[in-house]
Design a protein around this ligand. Structure first.
Ligand code: UDP
Ligand code: MG
Length: 315
């Protein structure tokens, strides 16, 4: 894609939550691509989104800014979560192309030249997925796989197993994503929902450069519920089906009782069975009400139209 006619801008968005050691390391690794950016006529802006870090992340970015004007910082008033950071980054990116990358170097900047080559071939977006989950606890991998399997069964939007948030997109795709201003954001689903020609490239999992992961099991579990409620209404349908199945079962049981009584003069026996049935049915009812509640809660937050993030400082 050697289009030297006019300079294009590449925005690199980096969500950071307590990543003080990674800010500088990421910058250095990214700038290793400088010869490539030069050759392609690409100007660069790096947007660090400081998602309410309590360590020296903001200071680390400020130090970088002192030596490079292309570095920008958006600091949130508190931790709003990675989804909010991604959204803020996309809102502020001015680039003709936007790359979304983690600060911990798990999204290797060395892949960018290859990714650009696909944009040159007419793709609108280049996405990445991990082919291995090396270095991840097996239980976490198991549940992640289960989630993706389930999600693809119950949602029309394609959500790729092992997909990372690491993406390179054209301005058109970024604008499409920004046109979805929902409060409950599940970017992996949004990428699929907006469509466009996407090239997938696979790479081996890279372990975090410094620090620890910010996503524990519980956080990931809640995130997966967000994903399901944001991109599928199948659980609602399932609760209706369960209701229907129970009605049919009850109807058959009533018929059986009538037949037993009228033709075999066999009296109805036993309260324990009755107690079990009541427990089962009320359990299923509560479960279904719970599903309904999940959607209600999401709709409730959506209706409030709270801002997705609040900025404390930016440059
Ligand atoms: N992150 C964030 N806000 C959060 C949690 C994480 O901005 O509330 C950032 C984090 O700094 C990192 C990226 O999101 O740059 C991915 O987080 P992490 O590496 O902890 O997740 P993992 O790679 O283990 O899934
Ligand atoms: Mg990581």
């Amino acid at each position: 894609m050697s289009t030297r006619e006019k300079e294009k801008l590449l925005s690199v968005v980096v969500p950071c939550f307590n990543e003080e050691e990674n800010v500088g390391a990421f910058y250095e690794e990214l700038l290793k691509n400088s010869p490539f950016f030069e050759e392609e006529g690409l100007d660069l802006e790096i947007l660090y989104i400081n998602d309410g870090s309590s360590d020296g992340t903001a200071e680390a970015v400020k130090r970088l800014r002192g030596q490079d004007e292309r570095v920008h910082l958006v600091s949130f008033s508190r931790n709003f979560g990675k989804e909010a950071a991604i959204y803020a980054g996309l809102c502020r990116a001015k680039g003709d192309y936007v790359a979304m990358m983690d600060a911990d170097l798990q999204d290797p900047p060395s892949l960018l030249p290859e990714m650009f080559s696909y944009l040159g071939q007419g793709y609108d977006s280049v996405a990445t997925r991990r082919v291995t989950r090396k270095g991840e606890p097996p239980i976490r991998s198991f549940f992640s796989r289960l989630f993706y399997k389930l999600m693809n069964r119950i949602s029309k939007t394609e959500i790729v197993d092992g997909a990372r948030d690491f993406r390179l997109m054209t301005r058109q795709v970024v604008d499409a994503i920004l046109s979805m201003c929902e409060y409950n954001r599940f970017t992996k689903g949004i990428y699929g929902w907006v469509g466009y020609e996407t090239k997938w490239i696979a790479y081996e999992n890279v372990e975090r450069a410094h620090g620890k992961t910010k996503f524990n099991f519980w956080k990931l579990f809640l995130y997966s519920l967000d994903g399901i409620t944001a991109f599928s209404t199948v659980p609602l349908a399932i609760s209706s089906v369960i209701g229907l199945v129970f009605c049919i079962a009850a109807f058959i049981a009533i018929l059986a009782l009538i037949v037993k009584n009228l033709f075999y003069h066999d009296p109805v026996a036993g309260w324990p069975s009755l107690a079990c049935i009541i427990l089962l049915v009320s359990g299923v009812q509560l479960f279904c009400v719970g599903i309904l509640g999940q959607y209600m809660a999401k709709a409730y937050l959506e209706v409030k139209k709270r801002p997705i993030y609040l900025v404390k400082e930016e440059f």
